[in-house]
Design a binder for this molecule. Structure first.
Ligand code: GDD
Ligand code: MG
Length: 351
């Protein structure tokens, strides 16, 4: 059995972070995002190959994952010549499929029971099975209505507020039967959400819903990307590093924290980081590899990517700093700011 990870989007809502780091490999704590999805696929031993469906900056992604040996699964890269949309991308990978295929949107962080989803798909002899999750506001997602027997009766992508009839949305995880791909035209931009799913309903094919009430988030906006980190540090999405209780200070071997620096968990400090005396790293902060925090600097609730330098007495609150940024002395970066790689803030600047 194969799995396709749809990871070819441009990640526009995460710009400027995604200009040099495509969304599938933005760091989550200390690992590229797709690591979490690939680990999830290990739940189903039958899945023996992951097809990474790429379009935007495929090289960067291939460099990280190689042939998959390091993740314990075979990885095949399928790169579209131009973006074909979510269904076009699946069609483009069709020649590599045999049996039922698991498809994931390459930006959802979740701990679903994938084995149970595959079992439901088989028990119901479904043509397609879709995972749904409840959200407060479905407008940014695909709204999915179901009947009492768990069949999908309506799929409406990005509904307007007056079109909302339920709270269940498409979680971006499917099991599909390749014999339904006949309706997707070749080499044409085509949408799973707007065309393929509605066609299953129109033709009366068995289209089954699996409702997931556990942790689920789409990391595709800065707010959600930060929220995912908070949720991990609060233990809502379990990873070993934060499993020992609240307010863990997780520091990698080889991080150097001066004795008079103040570190308040939950937070993560990666290898090669240097936090100098009198500096403060507050809750919900993540400092990537080789970040330097100079004397008296303050970082709180912020994600700081590798190689960034935070100058003396600088302050960063609830912000995201890309790679290799340079904040001068007493520079201030305020709530909600997102700085792209190599941004420079001169001494005493306020943002
Ligand atoms: N290969 C390839 N080619 N992948 C693509 C393309 C493409 O042309 N377009 C998008 N993708 C990938 C993206 O990289 C992403 O991982 C996934 O498909 C979904 O695209 P998004 O751009 O993130 O869509 P969305 O978040 O607005 O909506 C989708 O996800 C929601 C759940 O998070 C839809 O599937 C909604 O129905 C769903 O609720
Ligand atoms: Mg998305």
């Amino acid at each position: 059995m194969k799995a396709i990870l749809l990871a070819g989007g441009k990640g526009t809502r995460l710009r400027p972070l995604t200009l040099h780091t495509p969304k599938p490999i933005v760091p989550i704590i200390d690992r590229p995002f797709l690591h979490y999805q690939i680990d999830l696929l290990h739940q189903v031993p039958e899945i023996d190959e992951v097809i990474l469906s790429l379009n935007y900056q495929p090289r960067r992604i291939e460099e990280i994952f190689g042939d998959g040996t390091s993740r314990g699964i075979r990885i095949r890269y399928v790169v579209e010549p131009a973006p074909l949309g979510t269904a076009g991308a699946v069609k483009f990978a069709e020649r590599f499929l045999d049996d039922s295929v698991v498809v994931f949107n390459g930006d959802v962080l979740t701990q679903v029971d994938l084995g149970a989803i595959v079992r439901l798909h088989r028990e119901r002899k479904a043509k397609a099975t879709i995972v749904l999750t409840p959200v407060e506001n479905p407008t940014a997602y695909g709204l999915v209505e179901t009947d009492h027997d768990g069949n999908v009766t309506r799929f409406l992508e990005k509904p307007s507020p007056d079109e909302i009839t339920c709270d269940t949305i498409n979680a971006g995880i499917y099991v599909l039967e390749p014999d339904t791909f006949d309706r997707i035209p070749k080499d044409t931009a085509w949408s799973i959400e707007r065309s393929y799913f509605p066609s299953l309903i129109e033709r009366g094919e068995t289209f089954v819903a699996y409702i997931e009430r556990g942790y689920w988030i789409d990391i595709g906006t800065p707010t959600k990307y930060m929220q995912a980190h908070r949720d991990i540090m609060d233990g809502h999405f379990a990873i070993p590093m934060f499993s020992s209780g609240p307010a863990v200070v997780a520091a990698a071997d080889g991080a150097s924290i001066d004795a008079e620096a103040e570190i308040v968990g939950p937070c993560f400090i990666d290898e090669g980081v240097h936090v100098k005396k009198g500096a403060r790293v507050g809750p919900y902060s993540v400092l990537g590899r080789h970040v330097r925090v100079e004397e008296g600097a303050r970082i709180e609730g912020s994600l700081v990517w590798a190689g960034t330098w935070v100058g003396r007495d600088a302050s960063v609150r609830n912000a995201i700093l890309g790679r290799n940024c340079h904040l001068g002395r007493a520079a201030v970066v305020g709530d909600g700011r997102v700085l792209g790689d190599k941004s420079v803030l001169t001494d005493y600047s306020q943002l």
